[in-house]
Every structure is written in structure tokens, then in C-alpha cells.
Design a protein around this ligand. Structure first.
Ligand SMILES: *Cc1c(COP(=O)(O)O)cnc(C)c1O
Length: 346
């Protein structure tokens, strides 16, 4: 049976065009800087984001960790959202591996960190205090509903960072979803940031890999530390070849995923027992809660959906997240809605 997989956009398999490009890719030893396909991908990524240089890394988690390690010394502090992937879902790497101290502040419902909260969290010079070095934003903000942060807001945070001698890193795992949803250039969205990580392996459908971008000096240090973390890869052009197709072919079509998320959300609004998050989804994620009268547990719903050929995942107590991507067509959206209707009729 062909499953409809709504668990995440990470489940996207490489497209036929990617597989062909991977098979034909020119390769070399990338630790020596000799892989022409990796070099091409890195140049493309830097150019598209308007930064000096870029580095291909095995995962978004490693990209974010490298950014933290380059920006901060041991004992330094990072201002980060309390719903940020970096804070919640990266195994505490910044503390465990970097000795870096997180200062989590509340993510607002729209995914932002309030400017006043950021200002209030910057440590003052005092013998007792850590040194604040870095602010991290997440765009789109996953846990807040896949919401995109605006260029204007990002610019304000960038200004605040510069005024206070801090750096700004954007966890832009889905930065292209944010750009496409707002019809702005990704360049403009990340212009205020010193460094950005984005994923090729999510909605852009590459099998593996993320990019870290920043200044030449920043990337040189990140390359050094990537080797330390065991992320120096050899003939990795076979993966970069897929990444190039992600950047060339998979960005504009993200609009389709966003339209299907809205369709999915509209369909689910008609299902008794589900309470959709307010507002229409702005990118590719649909969040909902189970209403109080639903007696099924999260796991029972997951199981019953699987029996109907639809893979879903809960994201919290009585809370679910469904994600659209390039393998989800209109028919899949319809089937998912009717499966949930059937399950909740129990
Ligand atoms: C997926 C994700 C990451 C990490 O990417 P991996 O490749 O899974 O390590 C980082 N930040 C956000 C917001 C993500 O959704």
C-alpha cells in the first residue's frame, strides 16, 4: 500500500530528476575542497541568500550547532525562543558540546520574540553574569504553527543586535517556505542575519543535507569545526547534486504545499472532534487539538489512521501536526480528511 505521509516534510524522497543528477554527479574529495558539485551548491546557496560563503552540512542540527560554536565561546549566552528547535529539539548540543548557556525567552503566538523581552534578557556587565553573544530566530517558526517571520521584524531584531554588539543567527530550516508564503526574496528575509542555516532535506525534497551561510571568515571557522564534529565528507557531490535541484526546481512550487495545507485545514474544520488553530495555515503545517469529547488517545488515532493508509504524528498532549509537501497531492488531502472523519466517528 502507498501511504499518505503527513508526519513531516522530511519524508520527501528524492525526485526522479534528483536521482539522475546524483548518478551523474562529478565528484571529488570535499575535505580537500575538491568536489565540484559541492562547490557549485555552496556558491549557489551563498548567492541566493546574499552572503559571502556557504557550507554543505549533513543536517540542520549540525548547521545550527556549528553557528553556535563559531559565534560563542564556552560560558557565553544565547537568547533563543522557548519554542525554538535549537532549544527543544537539538539534544542540548549547545550546552553539551559547546558549553554555551541558553537564555530561553517566550515565543509569541506569531513566532516572534518580543523586542522588549530580548532587550531585557541581554546580560549587563557584572562579575556574576555570563556574556550575551547571540540572538537566534527561527523562520518559519515550527511549533508556533509554521508561521513566517517578516523581513521588517527580522530587520528590527538585526538592528537591536547590532546596537548591543550581538550576532544574529537564523534557523531557517524552512526559510524558503517563509519567503514564498510572503512573496519576498529570501535575500531580503535574511539580510539582517550574520548567519543562516537552511535545510535541503525538508520541503525542498533532497535526501540529505543542509546549508550554513555567512561571511567567508565565519564559514572558514565553521568548516574547521565541521571536521571536528565528524562532518567532513568525501565524494559528497552525489548528495549536493540533489541539493542543486532543490534550489533550482523545488522552491517556487512550495506555494502548492501551502495551498494544500489550507485545503487540508478547511477540510478538517468540518470534522467533529478537531479544534483547528485559529487562522489559516500560512505555510505547510496544519495544527489541531482534540476536543474534550474525543475519547480516543493520540496513539489510537495514529494507529487507526495508519490502518487507513495515512501516516500522522501527534505533537503534544491531544495535539497533532500535519505537514504537506511535494508528495501530497489534492487526492491525498481528500483521503486524509475522510480518514480522520471516519476515525473520529468512533
Ligand atoms: C528540522 C529542523 C532543524 C534540524 O534539521 P535536521 O536536518 O533534522 O537536523 C532545525 N530547525 C528546525 C526549525 C527544523 O524544523
Amino acid at each position: 500500500m502507498e501511504y499518505i505521509d503527513l508526519r513531516s516534510d522530511t519524508v520527501t524522497k528524492p525526485t526522479p530528476e534528483m536521482r539522475e543528477a546524483m548518478a551523474k554527479a562529478a565528484v571529488g574529495d570535499d575535505v580537500y575542497g575538491d568536489d565540484p558539485t559541492v562547490n557549485k551548491l555552496q556558491e549557489m546557496a551563498a548567492g541566493m541568500l546574499g552572503k559571502e560563503d556557504a557550507l554543505f552540512v549533513p543536517s540542520g542540527t549540525m548547521g545550527n550547532l556549528l553557528a553556535l560554536l563559531v559565534h560563542c565561546q564556552r560560558g557565553d549566552e544565547v537568547i533563543v525562543g522557548n519554542k525554538a528547535h535549537i532549544y527543544l529539539n537539538e539534544v542540548g548540543g549547545m550546552s553539551a558540546l559547546g558549553g554555551i548557556h541558553p537564555c530561553p525567552i517566550q515565543n509569541q503566538a506569531d513566532g516572534t520574540l518580543a523586542l522588549d523581552d530580548i532587550l531585557a534578557s541581554i546580560q549587563t556587565e557584572d562579575v556574576h553574569h555570563t556574556i550575551t553573544r547571540l540572538i537566534c530566530l527561527e523562520n518559519t517558526q515550527n511549533v508556533c504553527g509554521g508561521v513566517p517571520l517578516t523581513p521588517e521584524y527580522t530587520r528590527q531584531v538585526g538592528e537591536l543586535a547590532r546596537k548591543n554588539n550581538l550576532s544574529l543567527h537564523i534557523d531557517g530550516a524552512r526559510i524558503f517556505n517563509a519567503a514564498v508564503a510572503q512573496n519576498v526574496s529570501v535575500r531580503e528575509l535574511v539580510d539582517p542575519a550574520d548567519s543562516v542555516m537552511f535545510c535541503l532535506s525538508k520541503g525542498l525534497a533532497s535526501p540529505v543535507g543542509s546549508m550554513l551561510v555567512g561571511t567567508k571568515k565565519f564559514i572558514a571557522r565553521a568548516r574547521h569545526l565541521r571536521k571536528m564534529l565528524g562532518g567532513g565528507m568525501r565524494q559528497v557531490g552525489v548528495l549536493a547534486a540533489a541539493g542543486i535541484i532543490s534550489l533550482e526546481k523545488m522552491i517556487e512550487r512550495l506555494d502548492d504545499d501551502h495551498a494544500r495545507a489550507r485545503k487540508l485545514s478547511d477540510g478538517l474544520k468540518q470534522v467533529r472532534g478537531l479544534v483547528l488553530d485559529a487562522g489559516s495555515p500560512s505555510t505547510n503545517m496544519v495544527y489541531f487539538n482534540l476536543s474534550d469529547d474525543v475519547r480516543l488517545s493520540e496513539n489510537q488515532i495514529v494507529e487507526m489512521m495508519n490502518e487507513r493508509g495515512v501516516l500522522v504524528d501527534w505533537s503534544g498532549v491531544r495535539r497533532f501536526r500535519l505537514v504537506t509537501h511535494c508528495w501530497i497531492d489534492d487526492q491525498a488531502v481528500k483521503r486524509a480528511v475522510s480518514a480522520l472523519k471516519e476515525v473520529l466517528a468512533h
